[in-house]
Design a protein around this ligand. Sequence first.
Ligand code: NAP
Length: 329
Amino acid sequence: MDAWSDQRDWVTMTGAIRIGVVGIGKIARDQHLPAIAASPDFTLAAVASRHAGVEHVPSFATIEEMLEQGPEIDAISICTPPEGRDAIAMRAIAAGKHVMIEKPPGATVGEVLAVIESARAAGIAFYASWHSREAAAVAAARAWLADREIRSVAINWRENIRKWHPGQDWILAAGGFGVFDPGINALSIATTILPGHLAVRRAALRVPANRQSPIAADIAMTLAHDIPVTMALDFLQEEGETWEILVDTAGGRLALTAGGSALAIDGTPLPSPHHAEYPSLYAHFARLIAEQRIDADLAPLQLVADSFLLAERETVAPFDFEIGVDAQG
Ligand code: NAP
C-alpha cells in the first residue's frame, strides 16, 4: 500500500463521512464536487446519475443501484432538479443515510414536509440547504438591519437563463419553478436578513406560450404586515446579472448586491469576509450529522408557493434555449 492509500484509509477510519452525490449536472460539477474534495469532513464515495459519472469514483445510474451495489456510504447529497427529489430523499432516508438537498427543497411544500417527517422518524440528519444564505455579506446585512426602522424593500433578481441554465428544459416545465429557481435564492436571503414576517400580496407571472413556468415575475409583498416589499424577477437579462436587495431605512439605505456577497450603506461599501458558499454548506451538514439534527426552513418555498397561488398569469412569446429561435421581443 502506498502512502496515499495509507492516508486515505486513515482518514476513513477516523470518521470521514463517506458521501454519495445524486444528480451529476451543472451545480454538482461546479460546486458540490469541489466543495466535497476540499472538505475535511467528507470523502466522495460514489455518485448516481442517469447519464453521467465521475472519473475514478464508483458511478451508478440510480440511487437504488448506488445503495445496493456501491461502497458503504453514510450520507447522500441530492443535486437533481426539484421535481422528483422527494422520492430520492425518501429512498436515502429509508436506507438510513443522512441527507442534504439543493435548493429549492422540493417541488411542493407538502412533499418536503413529508420528507422532514420521515427524516425525523428515522433519526438521521437532514439539511435543506440554501446556498445564498452563506454568501459573504448576508450575516453583516442581517446584523445592520436588526434594529433599524425599515421603510421599503426592493428585490431585483435578473439573469440570463441561457448562461446559468443552458438547455435546462426542466426549469421552465411544471414544477421547475421557472424564474423562481434563481428568485428563491433572493427569498432565502430576504427571509434571513429582514426582521419580521414576509407575506405575498400580489403576483404577476409571465409564462412563455410553449412553457409551463414563468420566465419573468413581479411580486408585491409586505414585511411585518405593512412595509412594502417588491420583487422583480427576469430570466432574459442578456448582459450580466442583477442580484440585489435594496432596503430603505430611517438610518440610510442598505444595498446587498452580487447575490449577497457585497454590502454598501448609503453608497459606501463595507468590507465582506472571504466566505465560500458551498464549503460552508458542507461544514454545516457535517455539524448536523454529528448532532443528528434537522435544518429545514421552508419559508422561501412557501413564498414561491403563495406567489403561484395568487398569480395573475400572462402568456408571453415562446422561448427556446437556442438564440435566434427565441421569439422574445
Ligand atoms: P442540471 O444541470 O440539469 O443537473 C441536474 C442533473 O440531475 C441532471 O444533469 C440529471 O443528470 C439529473 N436529473 C435527475 N432527474 C432529472 C430530471 N427529471 N430532469 C433533469 N435532470 C434530472 O441542473 P443544475 O443547474 O445542476 O440544478 C440542479 C439543482 O441545483 C436545482 O435545484 C437548482 O436550483 C440548483 N442550483 C443550480 C445552480 C446553477 O447555477 N445551475 C446554482 C445553485 C443551485 P442525469 O441525466 O445524469 O440523471
